[in-house]
Design a protein. Structure first.
Length: 335
């Protein structure tokens, strides 16, 4: 399926409100929020109307100020129902807060997300420690409704708020030596109880990475919000990566460092089990995990009697956009 990302100044046909839509606007918006309809909403539709029932959350003034100029539904998934907010925020992997799916929602509130800075270093012309407000000062927030496919063979569809990672990369001007981008999660044992566990096998802090062309791809997103609101802590507040054609563990959460490096970084899961979790982690139904098949996935929400199982798509359905990045690679070996 082709997902087009139009230039920011382009007026799309889907953004022109017809008389029928105008007269039933509130009903239409509520239905779109629940069913994930692919019709474009008015560009300044309030988030509270798009996602009724999603709780308000305290947000920094810079984030609130950006909402009025947000490009709502800049990218949408056709005929895909948006995962209910409760499922997306209560069923998470964030091992810094514990190994169980409910641990992040239960304990991530202990993480202090203000103030928050990100160190940018390595082979780059503009290194430094940046606040989130500085990072987002020149960008316009965009809503991107993406599929999220976990390596554990479950999936969601989530409306993220953020801006393209490539925009940040262009601003800080990487040097020619920069071939990869390395990301690092916060490591705060006092606030992240999972890192204090004697049973944790992870060598903290959590590290992920992308090849430079992957990082520059228009689909790669730095997210600060979801469902029209600021990111909940359990979903990676205040800043996370979203790379929708890769398994979810590549979309690193609570980022504190972005480094431009010449060598492929050794990532956390790759270092723990390289035969199970490769550097690229592209969604590929033809390459099974050593302990389970990746051919199918369980789309949340579901139940014991209605598990909502579906076929997994190559590159999580984004092959038309990203397959060219890997044209010369053997995806069964470079997994």
């Amino acid at each position: 399926m082709l997902i087009r990302i139009p230039p920011s100044g382009t007026c799309r046909e889907s953004e022109v409100t017809t008389e029928t839509v105008y007269r039933s606007r509130r009903r239409f918006i509520q239905r779109a929020a629940i069913a994930g309809a692919a019709l474009g909403l008015p560009s300044l539709a309030p988030a509270s109307e798009q996602y009724p029932g999603v709780p308000d959350a305290p947000a920094s003034p810079w984030f609130v100020g950006k909402l009025s100029d947000t490009r709502w539904r800049a990218v949408v998934q056709e005929d895909e129902a948006i995962t209910p907010y409760g499922d997306a925020t209560q069923y998470n992997n964030f091992y810094e807060f514990g190994p169980n799916k409910g641990d992040p929602a239960r304990y991530a509130g202990e993480l202090k997300v203000e103030p928050w800075t990100v160190l940018i270093d390595g082979a780059v012309e503009k290194p430094g420690r940046y606040s989130l407000e500085d990072l987002f000062a020149e960008g316009q927030l965009e809503e991107r409704i993406y599929r999220l496919r976990c390596v554990e063979a479950w999936s969601m569809v989530i409306p993220w708020l953020g801006f393209p990672l490539g925009d940040l990369i262009r601003r800080v001007r990487p040097l020619s030596a920069a071939k990869f981008v390395r990301f690092e999660t916060a490591y705060r044992p006092d606030e992240m109880r999972g890192t204090r566990s004697s049973f944790a096998l992870i060598d903290w802090p959590y590290v992920e990475g992308l090849r430079m062309d992957e990082a520059m791809h228009p689909l790669s997103l730095l997210a600060v919000g979801m469902y029209g609101r600021v990111l909940p802590n359990q979903n990676g507040a205040p800043l996370r990566l979203v790379v929708p054609w890769k398994y979810g563990f590549k979309s690193i959460k609570s980022i504190v460092r972005i480094s431009f490096v010449s060598e492929q970084p050794t990532t956390t899961w790759q270092s723990m089990a390289p035969e199970e979790y490769g550097f690229y982690a592209n969604v590929n139904p033809q390459v099974s995990h050593p302990r389970w098949s990746q051919a199918r996935e369980r789309r949340l929400p579901g139940s014991l009697f209605r598990p909502n199982v579906r076929e997994t798509q190559l590159f999580n359905g984004y092959a038309d956009q990203v397959a060219g990045l890997y044209a010369s690679m053997d995806l069964s070996k470079d997994y």
